[in-house]
Design a protein. Structure first.
Length: 207
């Protein structure tokens, strides 16, 4: 549903014993929903902001009927126009939001064990705001914007040596029995049919 997965990742991570979660959400309505969920939780810190390559302000295009695909990327909206699986999506409002970088968030809240990046077409810009390796992270990809996923792989290569796995849709079912190298995950991404739509790529740092 339109708001059915608001805070889902935070819920899952907060259930891990001893985990402390920093959840970053720029949309006021979604942020209020998260605040209602976690107002009494000592383990979840909420930050009302977007994440990008540089601090400042971003203009977000809001999809009122499906806020989980609201975006600050005009390229994402153009790629979705007429694409299979994206029929009927309308970005019908605009808001201006604060933008922070991953580096800023890490300075304020500490180095995370895991980061989930799901920002509808700006995943590469989020990773561009990171100066040092992280132990593990994931980023969403879409088959309508494979170039963004490839740019994410390039950003991670800039930082260090990573191995990868992937899951389609919301399945969280890994596609490979063991992590693969960057060339293999890029080939897998390129071979996906357009109808695969989206998923997550998981990266783990090689120590």
């Amino acid at each position: 549903g339109a708001t059915g997965n608001v805070g889902l990742a935070a819920v899952q991570l907060a259930r891990l014993r001893g985990a402390r979660v920093v959840a970053v959400e720029p949309q006021p309505a979604a942020f209020r929903a998260l605040r209602r969920l976690y107002v009494k939780s000592p383990y979840v810190t909420l930050v009302q902001a977007a994440v990008s390559s540089a601090p400042g302000r971003l203009t977000m295009r809001v999809n009122s009927a499906n806020p989980t695909v609201s975006t600050a990327s005009s390229d994402f909206i153009a790629a979705a126009d007429g694409a299979p699986g994206w029929e009927g999506q309308r970005w019908d409002a605009e808001i201006t939001v604060e933008a922070l970088t991953l580096d800023q968030l890490i300075r304020r809240h500490g180095r995370p064990a895991f980061v989930k990046v799901d920002v509808e077409g700006l995943e590469d810009k989020v990773l561009a705001g990171l100066s040092n390796t992280l132990p593990a992270l994931s980023f969403e990809f879409t088959t309508i914007q494979r170039d963004v996923a490839r740019a994410c792989l390039a950003e991670l290569a800039r930082l260090g040596s990573y191995r990868f796995n992937a899951a389609l849709g919301e399945s969280q079912r890994l596609e490979f029995p063991a992590p693969v190298d960057p060339d293999a995950i890029a080939a897998w991404l390129d071979a996906l049919p357009l109808g695969a739509n989206s998923g997550d790529i998981y990266a783990t740092l090689i120590l």
